[in-house]
Design a protein around this ligand. Structure first.
Ligand SMILES: [Ca+2]
Length: 400
């Protein structure tokens, strides 16, 4: 193979013999040129072969690596460098490489592979938004103390904290019942009708969410069934077919005759298909039985808590399930993720970047090409590391 050595470009032009004793020709440029060439080849050659030795792709041997002319300060250089540095989705693979290889330059390869390795769940399924509606009991009994704290104060505190942990892309809403009228019989109708969607299901603005949380006090009756119907007819309208969750926090049984179990069934069987989880907060056996039934019909879980501490721990668990997101795709297939990210994407991109780009094209922006390679390599390694760490965290959480 022909190797264009930098020394070839440093051949001095013949100098006219004006002096009887010309100074001896310096060998310095030749030596420096040689060192630069060796370093250059070593760096590029090394770069090509630090592709995770564990998952070494089928690559051409280093001897096939095309030698390239040195970077020349030409106007074309800027354009060529920009090309290597344009990486819209920031996965390290320059847009033009993604385009050539048929990847999507708008969606990070890491994201794509996370979705792809999500077991049986289709991609369409995973990119659905996740919506969580909290339905909080604000009936008179929530003014009582459980453990060392008034139940409502504890619930508000825990829910505020929960709202700060909702990941970007997950929507949260807040509905309250029992905060109107009083728990006297005279006020029953008013109180049972008093169900408010205080924070519509959407992205959390912590200030606005906290304002909603601070805007009511426990006072009246307990219309759980009507709340679930309002969730179906108001809170989740337009969110049919998405990943919908309801979390009911209640300290008592339905007292407004609105049949919570059939309302739960309707919500579960509607286009909203919400999963209904129920947290019973310091409840008696009768209330517990009903709340358990609601969770069961709603395809969710019942959590029994007796103190602020337990309430907080339960929300932490729920946070985990929903934060890791898409509860339908908790444990990505390890094999699938590795195959997708290493073999289907990065190795192809690295091979293309290092071996397939015509030398006259890369030559103008060799350093940019090297930088692109290093960035790609480092994102690949970091993604795998994060992946293993996350899988470990998930396994630990599941075992708890
Ligand atoms: Ca990219």
């Amino acid at each position: 193979m022909e190797v264009i050595s930098p020394s070839e470009t440093t051949t001095p032009t013949p100098t006219p013999q004006v002096s009887p004793e010309p100074p001896p020709k310096s060998k310095k440029p030749l030596i420096i040129g040689g060192i630069v060439a060796i370093l250059f080849l070593a760096i590029v050659g090394l770069g090509a072969f630090v592709v995770l030795p564990k998952f070494k792709p089928q690559q051409p041997s280093v001897s096939q690596f095309p030698s390239l002319p040195r970077e020349q300060p030409t106007p074309a250089k800027t354009e060529a460098i920009i090309k290597y540095e344009t990486d819209t989705d920031n996965d390290g693979i320059p847009d033009f490489v993604e385009e050539v290889l048929g990847f999507n330059p708008q969606v990070s390869v890491v994201e794509e592979c996370r979705h792809e390795s999500c077991g049986e769940v289709s991609e369409a399924e995973q990119i659905k938004p996740t919506n969580i509606l909290l339905i909080l009991d604000s009936s008179g009994s929530m003014a009582q103390v459980a453990g060392a704290e008034v139940k409502m104060a504890a619930a508000k505190r825990v829910i505020k904290e929960y709202a700060t942990k909702i990941p970007e892309g997950t929507n949260l809403g807040l509905m309250v019942y029992g905060h109107k009228g009083s728990n006297s019989t005279a006020d029953k109708a008013v109180s049972c009708a008093g169900i408010d969607l205080l924070y519509p299901v959407g992205q959390v603005n912590v200030v606005q969410f906290n304002t909603a949380i601070d805007s009511f006090s426990p006072t009246g009756w307990t219309p759980i069934g009507s709340s679930l119907r309002k969730a179906e007819n108001e809170a989740f309208v337009g969110k049919e077919g998405q990943n919908n969750f309801v979390i009911v926090v209640s300290d008592g049984i339905e007292t407004c005759d609105s049949d919570p179990v059939s309302a739960a069934r309707e919500l579960k069987e509607s286009g909203i298909q919400a999963q209904i989880d129920v947290i019973g907060f310091a409840v008696d056996a009768t209330a517990r039985a009903q709340l358990e039934q609601i969770a069961k019909i709603g395809g969710g879980k019942y959590y029994n808590v007796n103190s602020a501490q337990e309430l907080s721990e339960t929300f932490d668990k729920k946070k985990f399930w929903e934060v890791v997101g898409m509860s339908k795709c908790l444990v990505w297939s390890e094999r699938g993720f590795q195959d997708c990210i290493i073999f289907k994407h990065y190795n192809k991109a690295i091979k293309y970047l290092v071996f397939d780009i015509p030398r006259e094209e890369a030559g103008v922006a060799e350093k940019a090409r090297k930088r692109a390679h290093d960035k790609m390599q480092s994102i690949l390694e970091k993604s795998l590391e994060n992946y293993y760490q996350q899988q470990q965290d998930i396994q630990e959480q599941i075992q708890e």
